[in-house]
Design a protein around this ligand. Sequence first.
Ligand SMILES: [Zn+2]
Ligand SMILES: [Zn+2]
Ligand SMILES: [Zn+2]
Length: 146
Amino acid sequence: MKNKAIELLNSVSLRRTGPRLAILEALLNADAPLTQDQIADAIGDSAPNKTTIYRTLTHLVETGLVHEAFLENRSQHYELAHHCGKQCCHPHFTCRQCEQTHCLTGVSTPLVELPKGFSIQRQQIHIDGVCPDCRTRNKTKEIGQI
Ligand SMILES: [Zn+2]
Ligand SMILES: [Zn+2]
Ligand SMILES: [Zn+2]
């Protein structure tokens, strides 16, 4: 994943620094958006301090490499922007039973038609629901009760 992280930095002409590479690698390895704390956990012992992670993330967001995917429990969740369109991010689905979030990269969401005078910067959709695993578990439980 290191080469891919270097490639990403090169694509926006950003200098390679330890924190940038470490954060991009953590996001490359993740299959759902991560909070700052989860990024620190993923990097492990060599993780930069909180302030450095925050500043680096802010910088990566400014360059467009990283998106702020959604806010949950007052924590911003970050992910790489490579599965997002120019104005439209892929939707996220958070299961209210297991609290897992899924990136619905295969689901296309047409831009909403805005009233006159409004201009869009980015459309992001965050869906609450129950995931397939939990639904199956619920069904098995119901059958068990009968
Ligand atoms: Zn996005
Ligand atoms: Zn679930
Ligand atoms: Zn996502």
